[in-house]
Design a protein around this ligand. Structure first.
Ligand code: ADP
Ligand code: MG
Ligand code: MG
Length: 250
Protein backbone atom coordinates (compact mmCIF):
# COMPACT_ATOMS: atom_id res chain seq x y z
CA UNK A 1 0.00 0.00 0.00
CA UNK A 2 1.24 3.45 -0.90
CA UNK A 3 1.39 6.22 1.67
CA UNK A 4 -0.48 8.55 -0.69
CA UNK A 5 -2.37 7.69 -3.87
CA UNK A 6 -3.94 10.45 -5.88
CA UNK A 7 -6.01 9.08 -8.75
CA UNK A 8 -7.61 11.23 -11.42
CA UNK A 9 -8.18 14.06 -8.97
CA UNK A 10 -10.35 16.87 -10.28
CA UNK A 11 -11.22 20.02 -8.35
CA UNK A 12 -12.86 23.37 -8.94
CA UNK A 13 -12.91 26.73 -7.31
CA UNK A 14 -16.05 28.85 -7.68
CA UNK A 15 -17.20 26.44 -10.38
CA UNK A 16 -14.03 26.84 -12.41
CA UNK A 17 -12.21 23.53 -12.99
CA UNK A 18 -8.57 23.85 -11.90
CA UNK A 19 -7.34 20.32 -11.29
CA UNK A 20 -8.13 18.21 -14.35
CA UNK A 21 -7.03 14.71 -13.40
CA UNK A 22 -3.97 14.59 -11.14
CA UNK A 23 -2.26 11.23 -10.64
CA UNK A 24 0.46 10.90 -8.02
CA UNK A 25 1.83 8.06 -5.87
CA UNK A 26 4.07 8.53 -2.86
CA UNK A 27 5.78 5.91 -0.72
CA UNK A 28 7.33 6.30 2.71
CA UNK A 29 10.99 7.32 2.53
CA UNK A 30 10.51 9.47 -0.58
CA UNK A 31 10.89 13.17 -1.22
CA UNK A 32 8.90 14.53 -4.15
CA UNK A 33 9.14 17.96 -5.72
CA UNK A 34 6.18 19.40 -7.60
CA UNK A 35 7.19 22.14 -9.99
CA UNK A 36 5.47 24.07 -12.74
CA UNK A 37 4.64 27.51 -14.00
CA UNK A 38 2.66 29.99 -11.99
CA UNK A 39 -1.02 29.12 -12.26
CA UNK A 40 -0.47 25.46 -13.15
CA UNK A 41 -2.41 24.27 -10.07
CA UNK A 42 0.30 23.42 -7.54
CA UNK A 43 -1.21 25.36 -4.65
CA UNK A 44 -4.69 24.17 -5.57
CA UNK A 45 -3.47 20.59 -5.22
CA UNK A 46 -1.98 21.37 -1.78
CA UNK A 47 -5.17 23.12 -0.65
CA UNK A 48 -7.44 20.33 -1.85
CA UNK A 49 -5.34 17.81 0.08
CA UNK A 50 -5.53 20.07 3.13
CA UNK A 51 -9.31 20.26 2.87
CA UNK A 52 -9.50 24.00 2.22
CA UNK A 53 -13.24 24.85 2.12
CA UNK A 54 -13.07 27.02 -1.04
CA UNK A 55 -12.13 24.05 -3.23
CA UNK A 56 -14.62 21.45 -4.44
CA UNK A 57 -13.47 17.98 -5.35
CA UNK A 58 -15.31 17.03 -8.53
CA UNK A 59 -13.68 13.73 -9.42
CA UNK A 60 -11.10 11.08 -8.65
CA UNK A 61 -9.92 9.92 -5.27
CA UNK A 62 -7.13 10.28 -2.75
CA UNK A 63 -6.05 7.47 -0.44
CA UNK A 64 -3.83 8.23 2.54
CA UNK A 65 -2.54 5.02 4.11
CA UNK A 66 -5.35 3.31 2.24
CA UNK A 67 -7.98 5.56 3.80
CA UNK A 68 -10.22 7.89 1.78
CA UNK A 69 -8.72 11.29 2.58
CA UNK A 70 -11.92 13.17 1.75
CA UNK A 71 -13.81 11.30 4.47
CA UNK A 72 -11.53 12.97 7.02
CA UNK A 73 -11.98 16.48 8.40
CA UNK A 74 -8.83 18.62 8.19
CA UNK A 75 -7.92 17.98 11.85
CA UNK A 76 -8.46 14.24 11.37
CA UNK A 77 -6.03 14.39 8.45
CA UNK A 78 -3.46 15.91 10.81
CA UNK A 79 -4.07 13.20 13.39
CA UNK A 80 -3.64 10.56 10.72
CA UNK A 81 -0.16 11.97 10.09
CA UNK A 82 -0.63 14.45 7.27
CA UNK A 83 1.05 17.79 7.75
CA UNK A 84 -0.05 20.76 5.70
CA UNK A 85 0.94 24.23 6.69
CA UNK A 86 -2.45 25.56 5.56
CA UNK A 87 -4.22 23.75 8.35
CA UNK A 88 -2.87 26.20 10.84
CA UNK A 89 -4.25 29.67 11.35
CA UNK A 90 -2.20 32.49 10.01
CA UNK A 91 -2.41 34.72 13.10
CA UNK A 92 -3.87 33.98 16.51
CA UNK A 93 -3.73 37.10 18.67
CA UNK A 94 -3.60 36.45 22.41
CA UNK A 95 -2.44 32.84 22.12
CA UNK A 96 1.24 32.36 22.70
CA UNK A 97 3.13 30.45 20.10
CA UNK A 98 4.34 27.90 22.65
CA UNK A 99 0.77 27.29 23.91
CA UNK A 100 -0.39 26.84 20.34
CA UNK A 101 2.45 24.47 19.47
CA UNK A 102 1.86 22.46 22.64
CA UNK A 103 -1.84 22.12 21.87
CA UNK A 104 -1.07 20.91 18.35
CA UNK A 105 1.59 18.55 19.68
CA UNK A 106 -0.57 17.10 22.47
CA UNK A 107 -3.54 16.61 20.15
CA UNK A 108 -1.39 14.47 17.89
CA UNK A 109 0.31 12.66 20.78
CA UNK A 110 -2.93 11.63 22.46
CA UNK A 111 -4.36 10.45 19.14
CA UNK A 112 -1.29 8.18 18.93
CA UNK A 113 -2.01 6.85 22.42
CA UNK A 114 0.86 8.75 24.02
CA UNK A 115 0.85 11.00 27.08
CA UNK A 116 0.46 14.75 26.85
CA UNK A 117 3.39 16.90 27.85
CA UNK A 118 2.90 19.57 30.51
CA UNK A 119 4.25 23.07 29.79
CA UNK A 120 7.63 22.37 31.39
CA UNK A 121 8.17 19.08 29.61
CA UNK A 122 7.05 20.62 26.34
CA UNK A 123 9.44 23.50 26.86
CA UNK A 124 12.38 21.06 27.03
CA UNK A 125 11.28 19.47 23.77
CA UNK A 126 10.65 22.72 21.95
CA UNK A 127 13.97 24.22 23.09
CA UNK A 128 15.71 21.27 21.47
CA UNK A 129 13.69 21.31 18.22
CA UNK A 130 13.93 25.06 17.84
CA UNK A 131 17.64 24.66 17.11
CA UNK A 132 16.78 22.99 13.79
CA UNK A 133 15.18 26.22 12.61
CA UNK A 134 17.64 28.60 14.30
CA UNK A 135 14.70 30.49 15.77
CA UNK A 136 15.06 32.86 18.71
CA UNK A 137 13.28 31.22 21.70
CA UNK A 138 11.65 34.63 22.34
CA UNK A 139 9.27 33.79 19.47
CA UNK A 140 7.69 31.11 21.63
CA UNK A 141 6.25 33.80 23.92
CA UNK A 142 4.79 35.90 21.11
CA UNK A 143 1.26 35.51 19.77
CA UNK A 144 1.04 32.93 17.00
CA UNK A 145 2.49 34.42 13.83
CA UNK A 146 1.44 37.94 14.90
CA UNK A 147 3.88 40.35 13.36
CA UNK A 148 6.15 37.53 12.24
CA UNK A 149 8.16 38.26 9.12
CA UNK A 150 7.95 35.87 6.19
CA UNK A 151 11.14 34.17 7.32
CA UNK A 152 9.91 33.86 10.91
CA UNK A 153 6.61 32.34 9.76
CA UNK A 154 8.58 29.89 7.69
CA UNK A 155 10.75 28.95 10.69
CA UNK A 156 7.62 28.48 12.77
CA UNK A 157 6.01 26.28 10.14
CA UNK A 158 9.09 24.06 9.97
CA UNK A 159 9.21 23.97 13.79
CA UNK A 160 5.59 22.75 13.80
CA UNK A 161 6.53 20.07 11.34
CA UNK A 162 9.58 19.01 13.39
CA UNK A 163 7.38 18.73 16.51
CA UNK A 164 4.48 16.88 14.91
CA UNK A 165 6.68 14.32 13.15
CA UNK A 166 4.17 13.68 10.34
CA UNK A 167 4.07 10.67 8.03
CA UNK A 168 3.56 12.97 5.07
CA UNK A 169 4.43 16.64 4.98
CA UNK A 170 3.26 18.82 2.11
CA UNK A 171 5.11 22.11 1.96
CA UNK A 172 3.91 24.68 -0.52
CA UNK A 173 6.58 27.28 -1.03
CA UNK A 174 4.54 30.24 -2.14
CA UNK A 175 5.75 32.30 -5.02
CA UNK A 176 7.31 35.10 -3.08
CA UNK A 177 9.40 35.85 -0.08
CA UNK A 178 11.68 32.84 0.11
CA UNK A 179 15.06 34.43 0.58
CA UNK A 180 18.21 32.37 0.81
CA UNK A 181 17.85 32.14 4.60
CA UNK A 182 14.32 30.77 4.34
CA UNK A 183 15.45 28.29 1.69
CA UNK A 184 18.14 27.01 4.02
CA UNK A 185 15.68 26.70 6.93
CA UNK A 186 13.17 24.78 4.85
CA UNK A 187 15.98 22.56 3.62
CA UNK A 188 17.32 21.87 7.12
CA UNK A 189 13.84 21.11 8.39
CA UNK A 190 13.04 18.77 5.53
CA UNK A 191 16.41 17.06 5.70
CA UNK A 192 16.09 16.54 9.45
CA UNK A 193 12.62 15.00 9.05
CA UNK A 194 13.62 12.81 6.13
CA UNK A 195 13.51 9.12 7.07
CA UNK A 196 12.38 5.71 5.88
CA UNK A 197 9.07 6.27 7.67
CA UNK A 198 8.16 9.69 6.30
CA UNK A 199 7.57 11.29 2.96
CA UNK A 200 7.77 14.90 1.96
CA UNK A 201 6.24 16.80 -0.93
CA UNK A 202 7.87 20.10 -1.78
CA UNK A 203 5.75 22.34 -3.95
CA UNK A 204 8.18 24.80 -5.38
CA UNK A 205 9.26 26.64 -8.43
CA UNK A 206 12.66 27.31 -7.00
CA UNK A 207 15.18 25.03 -8.62
CA UNK A 208 17.65 26.42 -6.06
CA UNK A 209 15.78 24.75 -3.21
CA UNK A 210 16.50 21.40 -4.82
CA UNK A 211 20.22 22.03 -4.47
CA UNK A 212 19.67 21.76 -0.71
CA UNK A 213 16.99 19.07 -0.74
CA UNK A 214 17.68 16.40 -3.30
CA UNK A 215 14.31 14.93 -4.32
CA UNK A 216 13.76 11.33 -5.36
CA UNK A 217 11.10 12.41 -7.85
CA UNK A 218 10.31 15.64 -9.65
CA UNK A 219 6.84 16.22 -11.12
CA UNK A 220 5.85 19.01 -13.44
CA UNK A 221 2.31 20.38 -13.35
CA UNK A 222 0.71 22.16 -16.24
CA UNK A 223 -2.92 23.19 -16.67
CA UNK A 224 -4.11 21.14 -13.70
CA UNK A 225 -2.29 17.88 -14.47
CA UNK A 226 1.06 16.28 -13.80
CA UNK A 227 2.52 16.24 -17.28
CA UNK A 228 5.98 14.86 -16.57
CA UNK A 229 7.72 12.88 -13.83
CA UNK A 230 11.42 12.30 -13.52
CA UNK A 231 14.26 12.17 -11.05
CA UNK A 232 16.33 15.07 -9.72
CA UNK A 233 17.85 15.66 -13.16
CA UNK A 234 14.44 16.83 -14.41
CA UNK A 235 14.74 19.91 -12.20
CA UNK A 236 18.07 20.75 -13.80
CA UNK A 237 16.61 20.20 -17.24
CA UNK A 238 13.77 22.61 -16.39
CA UNK A 239 16.31 25.16 -15.24
CA UNK A 240 18.03 24.89 -18.59
CA UNK A 241 15.11 24.48 -20.98
CA UNK A 242 12.22 26.14 -19.15
CA UNK A 243 8.71 24.70 -19.26
CA UNK A 244 7.56 25.35 -22.81
CA UNK A 245 8.57 21.94 -24.16
CA UNK A 246 6.26 20.30 -21.61
CA UNK A 247 3.21 22.46 -22.01
CA UNK A 248 0.00 20.82 -23.08
CA UNK A 249 -1.02 21.84 -26.59
CA UNK A 250 -4.00 24.13 -26.14
P1 ADP B 1 0.20 27.62 -8.74
O1 ADP B 1 0.29 27.34 -7.29
O2 ADP B 1 0.75 26.51 -9.60
O3 ADP B 1 0.79 28.93 -9.11
P2 ADP B 1 -2.66 27.84 -8.29
O4 ADP B 1 -3.10 26.51 -7.82
O5 ADP B 1 -2.45 28.90 -7.27
O6 ADP B 1 -1.34 27.66 -9.17
O7 ADP B 1 -3.69 28.37 -9.35
C1 ADP B 1 -4.14 27.58 -10.45
C2 ADP B 1 -5.23 28.32 -11.19
O8 ADP B 1 -6.39 28.37 -10.37
C3 ADP B 1 -4.88 29.74 -11.54
O9 ADP B 1 -5.41 30.02 -12.82
C4 ADP B 1 -5.60 30.54 -10.48
O10 ADP B 1 -5.95 31.81 -10.95
C5 ADP B 1 -6.80 29.70 -10.20
N1 ADP B 1 -7.26 29.84 -8.81
C6 ADP B 1 -6.67 29.32 -7.73
N2 ADP B 1 -7.33 29.65 -6.59
C7 ADP B 1 -8.37 30.40 -6.99
C8 ADP B 1 -9.46 31.05 -6.31
N3 ADP B 1 -9.59 30.98 -4.98
N4 ADP B 1 -10.36 31.73 -7.06
C9 ADP B 1 -10.24 31.78 -8.41
N5 ADP B 1 -9.26 31.19 -9.11
C10 ADP B 1 -8.34 30.51 -8.42
MG1 MG C 1 1.09 30.69 -7.99
MG1 MG D 1 1.27 28.29 -5.74
Amino acid sequence: MKLLEVKGLKASVEGIPILKGVDLEIDAGEVHAIMGLNGSGKSTLSKVLAGHPSYQVTGGEVLFNGQDLFQLAPEERARAGLFLAFQYPVEVPGVSNSAFLRLAYNTIQTSRGKDELDPLEFDDLVQERIKVVEMDPAFLDRSVNEGFSGGEKKRNEILQMALLDPKLAILDETDSGLDIDALRIVANGVNSLRSEHNAIVMVTHYQRLLNYIVPDFVHVMDAGRIVKTGDKTLALELEERGYDWLRAVA
